[in-house]
Design a protein around this ligand. Sequence first.
Ligand code: FMN
Length: 191
Amino acid sequence: MKKNLGVQPYLFPMPVLMIATYNDDTVDVMPMAWGGICAENMVSLNLEADHKTCANLKKRMAFTISVADIPHLKESDYFGIASANRFADKFARSGLTAVKSELVDAPIVTEYPVTLECTVAEIKEECYGGYHVLGEIKSVLADESTLDEKGKVDVSKLNAFVFDQFRNGYYAIGEKVGQAWNAGAPLVKGK
Ligand SMILES: Cc1cc2nc3c(=O)[nH]c(=O)nc-3n(C[C@H](O)[C@H](O)[C@H](O)COP(=O)(O)O)c2cc1C
C-alpha cells in the first residue's frame, strides 16, 4: 500500500550547496537545497526573494557554489539559520575564512572542498513564488586532497552530506555502491 502525501516538495536526496556572495564589504554564505546543475556550464538557484543573497546576486552578478562537508556541518547549518539581513557579522561569527575569486566578483570559502565559480546569467524575480537565478560556471576548484590519481574528484574523500526534505535531517554520503552506465549493462544484453 502507498499513502498519498499530497503536494509537497518531497524528493531525496537534496543537495546542501553553499552559495557565497559579497555584501558591500563582507562575505555572505547560505545553504541551498533547491538547485543544482541544469546544463553543461550552468547552474540554477531557487531562492526566497528576501534573502540577503538575492540582493547580493543582483548587485554583484556573481557567486560561488560549494559542496558542504561534514567537518563544517555546524557552520553550514548556521548559515541557513542566520540571515545577513539581521547579522552584519554573519560570516565572521562562523570562524570560516574566504578569499576573493580571481575570476568572478564573489568569495571562495576556503574550508569547503569543491567550489564552482559562477557569474549570474539571468534572474527571474517572480517565478512560481520564488527568485530564480541561472548561473554560468566559469571554473571549478577542488582541494588536491580530494582528487584521485587521474585528477578526478573522488566523492568518498569529500565527506559530503545531503539534506532530507521530509524530516530536516542531514545524511552522510560517500560509500560507492555501483558504477553508472555500467551496473545496468547486463540487462541491456538480456542477462
Ligand atoms: C538545509 C537548508 C537548505 C536550504 N535551502 C534553501 C533553498 O533552496 N532556497 C532558499 O531560498 N533558502 C534555503 N534555505 C534557507 C536559507 O539558507 C536561509 O534563509 C539563509 O539564512 C539566508 O541567508 P541570507 O539572508 O544571508 O542570504 C535553506 C536552509 C537550510 C538550513
